[in-house]
Unconditional design. Structure first.
Length: 637
């Protein structure tokens, strides 16, 4: 029947309700419009004045506004390319949020152009069906959070910084859709659930699908093509990703992290052969990896080969030598080689790995690198998860970011290797990382080594940390290191910088000729120096002359804040300013900033410091046993 015509109170908007209503209210997809909105009129005002379950139709045109929906309605455009809604204030273009369960249906729209926000945000306990639509030119195309549910059908999410993000306990189903040309394709995190059915994830500039935390993902007939990262990367071993194997081609890497191998269709069947040759048996490295029997060896002849390899079984890749066999990422590819989590007994030997824009090696499993060079990538090695990595007789050099970036519960051993010329840190280690560094050199990086967070005890033995641009070694948060028989020298600023709650024991080592101070401690850091030599620090030109900048004092050892420093049977000599100093006004600083402890044990030699003469006439202030020495040796409270 025809209902009477009425006004919703939005200016002169005429509401023409010709739909059929039953006991369940409006039928959404099939029902005619309750109201039709024209460009220039306010969608939000119509929604605010509409009854629950109304069907609001949008005519052809562009609508410039932020829209919030908190009641059950249907919002229908005139076609994906015909009706466009743009945000005008940097907020989500459309936000659906219901504190109680509400059902919202949207179709035949383009939603986006929100700048730094999402094109479409679904939150609370909302249940939303979005179909035949496009979501584009926003921070995220779609973000779903809290306990909300979204079904996305016959739609395209494209040209956003991120495509689809499922968070908290949200659930998202993507059916017969395309996620393309975004910075990253899809993300599932926290305890979210994501289902992909007959969906294409193509041409994204990062990963196709990222899964972390306890998220769950189900795949059915998905296609991953030409993504400039991993087709699927699973960051957490607690996440669940399952379903039918997907078609994958042209991605920088097919699987990364803890992604199950069953998700990928091998390029060729696995054989029983335990030795294969490239290019004799296979010209394509991934085909050789797929074909080799577990535990087998792939011999790679001298020459240059394209990477983009997923290693999903125990094997050895053996080149003809790092100066003869090059594994190079194709132009503009982010990754070179991916080793999946849970894969043990992998060996890379006699190869050079180069050309990846993000990381030459992405390692989650157990691997040994022998006679390998990793150069001219973004990161040289990105080591994650519970990986066990051994680097022997190898070189990590000239990478754009860190030479080696280590995250999560990783064990890393470096022996007889050179980490040099990387534009950021030679080695940056975070979280519960166990490091064992032996007979290796860290040189000409921005920072030699940076150890932070809950880094387990790091052992540095018989090694050199030298000629780095800023600090030789920087420990912060709760990192712990044991440094033995090593040299920290000729770094541009401090040799060893220790902050937060970090702890260092240094024994039989030398800290010399660093640009500013040799050793600095701050916050609640703890340092013990045993049988070591700290000399000739303060080599920067600014340290060598009298300065008006009272904060630039270049000492052998400098202590700030509540730190605790123990000097045991060590030699502190020939440093530019004080041999040992606290951060105090009487020592030449701008304020008093030391309430900690400086402890001398056994026999220490402090002599011939103040080579600049800047501390002449100041004596050796404080309570200690070195007061009778020439000026400028020790300054303490």
């Amino acid at each position: 029947m025809l209902r009477s015509t009425k006004l919703f109170g939005v200016g002169a908007i005429l509401v023409i309700a010709v739909g059929v209503a039953g006991q369940g209210g409006y039928l959404g997809w099939t029902q005619s419009c309750s109201v039709t909105v024209q460009p220039g009129q306010s969608i939000q005002q119509v929604i605010d004045n509409a009854p629950e379950n109304a069907v609001i139709c949008l005519s052809v045109g562009v609508y410039q506004e932020h829209v919030e929906i908190s009641k059950p309605i249907t919002l229908r455009g005139a076609g994906r390319e015909q009706t466009v809604i743009k945000s005008d204030n940097g907020r989500s273009t459309i936000r659906v949020q219901g504190q109680s369960e509400i059902h919202v249906t949207l179709s035949q729209l383009t939603i986006g152009y929100s700048g730094g926000a999402e094109a479409f945000l679904v939150a609370g306990k909302s249940a939303v069906d979005l179909s035949d639509s496009g979501l584009s030119h926003s921070y995220y195309g779609v973000r779903v959070e809290n306990e909300a549910h979204l079904t996305l059908t016959n739609s395209q999410v494209s040209d956003n910084l991120g495509g689809v993000s499922a968070n908290n306990e949200a659930s998202v189903s993507v059916i017969n859709s395309q996620i393309s040309n975004n910075g990253g394709g899809l993300v599932a995190r926290d305890a979210a659930k994501l289902t992909l059915q007959n969906t294409q994830i193509i041409g994204n500039r990062g990963d196709g699908l990222d899964v972390s935390d306890n998220a769950q993902v189900e795949l059915a007939e998905a296609i991953f093509e030409d993504n400039r990262g991993c087709a699927i990367q699973v960051f957490s071993q607690y996440a669940q990703v399952q379903g039918t194997s997907s078609k994958m081609q042209g991605n920088d890497m097919d699987l990364c992290g803890y992604a199950p191998t069953a998700l990928r269709k091998p390029l060729v069947p696995q054989t029983t052969r335990d030795r294969l040759a490239v290019p004799d048996d296979f010209k394509n490295l991934q085909e050789a990896v797929d074909a080799i029997a577990p535990g087998g060896t792939i011999n790679i002849a001298a020459g240059s080969y394209e990477t983009g390899i997923t290693i999903w079984k125990p094997l050895t890749l053996q080149g003809a030598g790092r100066d003869r066999t090059t594994l190079k990422a194709p132009s503009k590819h982010n990754f070179g080689i991916s080793l999946l989590g849970g894969v043990d007994d992998v060996v890379l030997e006699g190869v050079k790995i180069t050309g990846a824009e993000y990381s030459g090696l992405l390692l989650y499993g157990q691997v040994s690198l022998r006679d390998v060079q990793v150069s001219n990538n973004g990161f040289g090695l990105l080591v994650r998860g519970t990986a066990h990595t051994t680097i022997q007789n190898s070189e990590v050099s000239s990478n754009m970011y860190d030479g080696i970036l280590v995250i999560d519960s990783v064990t890393l051993t470096i022996q007889d290797s050179l980490i040099s010329g990387n534009r950021r840190d030679g080695l940056s280690a975070h979280s519960a990382v166990a490091l064992d560094i032996q007979k290796s050199v860290f040189s000409r990086n921005a920072i030699g080594l940076e150890l932070s967070q809950k880094t387990a005890v790091s052992k540095i033995q018989d090694s050199q940390i030298t000629h780095n641009g800023a600090f030789g070694l920087w420990l912060l948060e709760s990192a712990t290191a044991m440094i033995t028989n090593s040299q920290i020298s000729d770094n541009g600023e401090e040799g060893l910088l220790i902050g937060d709650q970090a702890k260092v024991v240094m024994e039989k080592s030398q800290v010399s000729a660093n640009g500013n101070s040799g050793l600095i401690t701050y916050d609640q850091a703890q340092l013990e120096v045993r049988s070591s030599t700290i000399e000739k620090n303060g080599s920067q030109r600014a340290c060598l002359s009298a300065r008006t900048d009272e904060t630039a004092v270049c000492n052998g050892v400098t202590a700030y804040d509540e730190t605790r420093v123990i000097l045991n049977n060590s030699v502190i000599r020939n440093n530019t300013d004080w041999g040992v100093s606290a951060y105090l006004r009487q020592c030449g600083y701008d304020k008093d900033r030391f309430t900690g402890q400086m402890i001398f044990q056994e026999s220490n030699t402090v002599k011939d410091n103040n080579t600049s003469g800047n501390q002449n006439g100041k004596g050796n202030p404080g309570s200690h046993t070195f007061k009778d020495l020439p000026d400028g040796q020790v300054c303490l409270p």
